[in-house]
Design a protein around this ligand. Structure first.
Ligand code: HEC
Ligand code: HEC
Ligand code: HEC
Length: 330
């Protein structure tokens, strides 16, 4: 529009005519711009109103849609989430508690650590970031904020409004896990809270751990436990291969529990779980019963009478105190 006029005045210097021409050009330009804007607005309204926008979640969105939505969401989270430090300290207990909440309230959508969805994840658009795989560049406060308030028009609901009060009260624990994941501690965090609960899952879990450890100590099975492991206080002198059998059959099976009841798996030497120390004390108790009491009782038929974990526990953490009328344990 404005171009031919310019050519008319080529070489004339800055005359009043040219300035007027420019003003006219500017007016037309602005008018043009308004028309374009009006068409864009009408066009968009029409496009949306006529139902032409694609809303199916199982069809991948276009590049522009992706860009606009992602940028908008991230910028909004950055702007609104208060920049405060996590009031919860990253102790192991808190990491584990955070992991539990994550498994309960988030993993169904965001994925379980160590078990990537592959192509079998839930199909949603906006897509669900698979946090254990890709991590997040959000701060702990921002993760907390998203978990608390949710994100509009996405599957990310507001946990505070929706979830049980117990979970929403402890939401600050979850970002700890996310941060652990972001820092590549998947293995540790995944392991430390993955405590199996059904008998089949427990058996599988224990078998897997024993297989892993057997590989690690291959060739050293006959060396004393204290030479192979790091924190042996009562099972000194026991060949390390036997220690694993005691853990699997003696302790886990007779109590009907998984290694994770007493251990932070992968960090077997640690003493932070109470049942581990109880097990040591139980072992001493059984020793006392056998050698100071049982074997002093006259007239027992067996020459070397024994008491072990199974004698009392019989596959339960809490030994029974009563019998059913048919004589089975309660
Ligand atoms: C029903 C599925 C669902 C559940 C359950 C869920 N989310 Fe989300 N979450 C999403 C979706 C979908 C998005 C993507 C939203 C977007 O990009 O607009 C998202 C995004 C996020 C983000 C932003 C990630 C990033 O880097 O952009 C965080 C953080 C997050 N969720 C944390 C959580 C936490 C913590 C929980 C559990 C308390 C949770 N989510 C539960 C579906 C879910
Ligand atoms: C009821 C509690 C309990 C259960 C269940 C249990 N352990 Fe243990 N574990 C112990 C105790 C107690 C010790 C330390 C023994 C000692 O001090 O001599 C120990 C020590 C170990 C050690 C040596 C760690 C080191 O470096 O000092 C390994 C490895 C181990 N257990 C593996 C396992 C595995 C694998 C399972 C599951 C199949 C399991 N444990 C189940 C109580 C348990
Ligand atoms: C003489 C019976 C007896 C023997 C033998 C025995 N226990 Fe126990 N054990 C108990 C009782 C009783 C409790 C307490 C249960 C309760 O009331 O909570 C208990 C509790 C425990 C607990 C805590 C349970 C929990 O909820 O975490 C552990 C761990 C444990 N025993 C491990 C062992 C191990 C390992 C052995 C073998 C070395 C063993 N016990 C041998 C009677 C026994």
């Amino acid at each position: 529009m404005g171009w031919p006029m310019r050519r008319d005045h080529r070489g004339c210097g800055l005359t009043g005519n040219r300035i007027a021409g420019r003003k006219g050009g500017m007016k037309r330009f602005l008018l043009g711009l308004l028309v374009v804007i009006a068409f864009t607005v009408l066009g968009t309204l029409g496009y949306l109103g006529l139902g032409m926008a694609e809303v199916r979640a199982d069809i991948p969105p276009g590049r522009w849609e992706k860009y606009l939505m992602n940028t908008g969401v991230h910028a909004s989270v950055r702007r609104r989430a208060p920049d405060v430090p996590n009031p919860v300290l990253p102790t192991d207990d808190n990491l584990i508690a955070g992991g539990k909440i994550y498994l309960e309230a988030c993993a169904g959508c965001h994925g379980r650590p160590g078990k990537p969805f592959g192509n079998k994840g839930p199909i949603l658009y906006p897509p669900i970031p698979e946090l254990p795989v890709i991590g997040t560049d959000l701060s702990e406060a921002q993760v907390f904020w998203v978990a608390k308030h949710g994100i509009r028009r996405s599957g990310m609901f507001a946990n505070e409004a929706w979830a049980s009060p117990r979970i929403s009260k402890t939401l600050w624990l979850v970002p700890l896990l996310a941060i652990g994941i972001a820092h590549g501690q998947q293995e540790k965090t995944a392991n430390s809270f993955a405590e199996p609960s059904t008998p089949e899952a427990i058996e599988q879990f224990n078998d897997d751990k024993i297989a892993e450890l057997s590989k690690q100590i291959a060739g050293k099975e006959d060396q004393p436990a204290e030479a192979v492991f790091k924190n042996i206080k009562i099972l000194t002198g026991v060949p390390s291969g036997n220690l694993l059998k005691i853990m699997q059959m003696g302790y886990s099976r007779s109590l009907g529990t998984s290694c994770a009841h007493c251990h932070v798996p992968g960090q077997w030497e640690r003493d932070d779980k109470k049942p581990k120390q109880i097990a040591r004390d139980m072992s001493k108790m059984a020793h006392t019963i056998i050698f100071d009491l049982l074997r002093n009782i006259d007239g027992i038929k067996d020459r070397d009478p024994l008491v072990n974990c199974t004698t009392c526990h019989r596959g339960q953490l809490k030994p029974a105190l009563n019998l059913d009328s048919d004589g089975t344990k309660k």
